[in-house]
Design a protein around this ligand. Structure first.
Ligand SMILES: [Zn+2]
Length: 239
């Protein structure tokens, strides 16, 4: 069966060539990411249930111990368990982590209202997977994703890092099970290049139309100074 083999080979070579040519993008290229809220599933309800049960028991305990003419025999137990449940609920609630973003703009953590701390793929110096936490660091920033709390975000971030920055993840052999969590699709604003500097020449990019962006890591170049290989992720930028 030599014929179909050759065909398949040629087709894959063609698709690879066209994929390479498409890595370099203009600023108007569509960008998107996925948002992973950790507060989905049973784990997010548990702190509320514990706090509510604790508050109920506490109320009943106070009534049984202090407001009845004769204290209820179990009132002190109810008070103790109530306080304990309330504390456990509060502690679990405080541990809940913010939502994670993974996509064309890198990895990001939502911090409060509308604030997203982002780490672009081109800024990432090191990626580690240890003690159940996947961490990305670079540019004096750190984004951590807990595998137990946010398996979907960790799985996508690791897969994207393997595709975009293979050199940085070559030491990570493990895979992360997404457990069916695929997050929600978020369409991003177009890339803002004005005011940034060309990675190759340090030339200030004053016109959006002069900018070219590496589609893998988000590094930006002046259209006249695009290198053959991206200086940040080593992707082949020739068409
Ligand atoms: Zn790149």
């Amino acid at each position: 069966m030599p014929k179909p083999k050759t065909k398949a080979k040629r087709r894959s070579a063609e698709s690879q060539a066209s994929a390479r040519g498409q890595i370099l993008k203009t600023v108007d290229a569509a960008r998107s990411e996925r948002r992973f809220a950790p507060d989905s599933g049973a784990m997010s309800v548990l702190p509320i249930v514990a706090s509510s049960a604790g508050a109920l028991l506490l109320g009943a305990g106070v009534f049984g111990q202090f407001l009845r003419a004769i204290p209820h025999p179990y009132a002190l137990h109810m008070l103790g368990v109530g306080v304990l449940l309330l504390l456990v609920g509060l502690a679990m609630g405080a541990r809940s982590r913010p939502a994670i973003r993974v996509g064309d703009a890198g990895v990001g953590v939502e911090r409060g209202d509308e604030q997203i701390e982002r780490l672009g793929w081109n800024e990432i110096d090191a990626i580690r997977l240890a003690s159940g936490v996947l961490s990305f660091s670079g540019s004096a920033k750190l984004v951590t994703i807990d595998l137990a709390e946010n398996p979907g975000a960790a799985a996508l971030a690791l897969a994207e890092a393997r595709r975009r920055l293979p050199v940085r993840v070559k030491d990570i052999d493990e895979n992360v099970n997404a457990k069916g969590d695929v997050g929600e699709l978020v369409v991003l604003e177009p890339f803002q290049a004005a005011g940034l500097r060309c990675k190759a020449t340090d030339r200030l990019l004053s016109m959006e139309r002069d900018a070219r962006v590496c589609g893998l890591c988000g590094e930006v170049y002046h259209k006249d100074s695009v290198p053959d290989h991206c200086l940040s992720c080593d992707a082949d930028l020739t068409s």
